[in-house]
Write a protein that binds this ligand. Structure first.
Ligand code: NDP
Length: 316
């Protein structure tokens, strides 16, 4: 049988091109998307063959929707061999936090809590797969890491003591650290949680299940619609800045190939790691295992994040 991969947010950008690359490698791709019509058009626009994908509804910004997706996936009778947590929102210009149906701040819900719940529920499905190689991949980003050039631009991510999570993460709280709302920091914080989740999944479940858990930073994919909520001038200049100044620019096609490689290729069968490509300072484009940020490699924080997230998504 074909191997099956679920990719969240496959209706655009990195997720769409990862879907294309995995379909090309012979995978059965489940595109888990919030807008079914858009996803269908997107799949056709990049030429993914009709018989290699299925579109299923998920809204990562709603925990009920995540649970419903898992039920629908199970009802489809497919086996799950790989899961890619890719969907994300970035809302740099909003002044007030948006909220999920549960009342949680929406950027962290979509990027982290929704995926945290999805990973925990679908761990069961990965365990049930009879494939010898099963992988769970979560997208990271350079901006999670203030130790790197791309992560130095303020505001820097900081989960603090996760007091905002501990206090229930509902109005008037909007940030994980419980401090003032800052939409760019909310995005970066959520990506730190993504890396912590991957590392904690590895620590808890790799040995007992054999599942490979990993993250990657595919490079700066400056032309995806991720920046659609930014100033138009920024959207014009950012790709040029990345191409000619930082050298971090990668095409959507290449980013999709990198995700597909981490999902499917034998070289990437390593758990608990964060992949990066020597495409920023160096030009050779080779992949390597990169050290994550101090907060993202902090085991105590990982455990606290895990316990509090468990409560917020209703698993504990
Ligand atoms: P895009 O904005 O192009 O794609 C994001 C995808 O997530 C879209 O398919 C979008 O759906 C989907 N999505 C957003 N909210 C939800 C939701 N509530 N439920 C379901 N799906 C949702 O962004 P990118 O492709 O650039 O980003 C993808 C990933 O790559 C992210 O995790 C990002 O952090 C990471 N990344 C991106 C980099 C970059 O430079 N672009 C660099 C490093 C990492 P819809 O089409 O309906 O809006």
């Amino acid at each position: 049988r074909k191997s099956t991969v679920v990719i969240t947010g496959a209706s655009s950008g990195v997720g769409l091109y990862a879907a294309k690359a995995l379909a090309k490698r012979g995978w059965d791709v489940v595109m888990a998307c919030r807008d079914l019509e858009k996803a269908e058009k997107a799949a056709q626009s990049v030429g993914i063959p009709k018989d290699s994908y299925t579109i299923m509804h998920i809204d990562l910004g709603s925990l009920d929707s995540v649970r419903q997706f898992v039920n629908n996936f199970r009802a489809s009778g497919k086996s799950l061999d790989a899961l890619v947590c890719n969907a994300a929102i970035y809302m740099p210009l909003i002044k007030e936090p948006l909220r999920s149906p549960e009342g949680y701040e929406l950027t962290v819900t979509t990027n982290h809590l929704g995926h945290f719940l999805l990973c925990n529920l679908m761990l069961e499905d990965l365990k049930n797969s009879n494939a010898s190689d099963r992988r769970l991949v979560i997208l990271g980003t350079v901006t999670h890491n203030p130790d790197e050039l791309g992560g130095k631009i303020p505001p820097r991510p900081d989960l603090g003591n996760l007091d905002g999570f501990a206090a229930g993460f509902k109005e008037p709280i909007s940030m994980i650290d419980g401090k003032k709302f800052e939409p760019v920091k909310a995005y970066k914080d959520s990506k730190v949680c993504n890396v912590l989740t991957m590392r904690e999944l590895h620590r808890r479940y790799h040995e007992s299940t054999g599942i490979i858990f990993s993250s990657l930073y595919p490079g700066c994919v400056a032309e995806t619609p991720l920046f659609r909520n930014h100033y138009p001038l920024f959207q014009k200049l950012f790709p040029l800045f990345q191409k000619y100044i930082t050298g971090g620019y990668v095409s959507q096609e290449l980013a999709g190939e990198r995700v597909a490689a981490v999902v499917a290729d034998p070289e990437y069968k390593q758990s608990g790691v964060y992949w990066s490509w020597g495409n920023r300072q160096k030009k050779d484009g080779k992949s390597f295992v990169q050290r994550v940020s101090p907060q993202a490699r902090d085991d105590e924080r990982a455990e606290r994040m895990w316990e509090l997230s468990n409560k917020l998504v209703g698993l504990a």
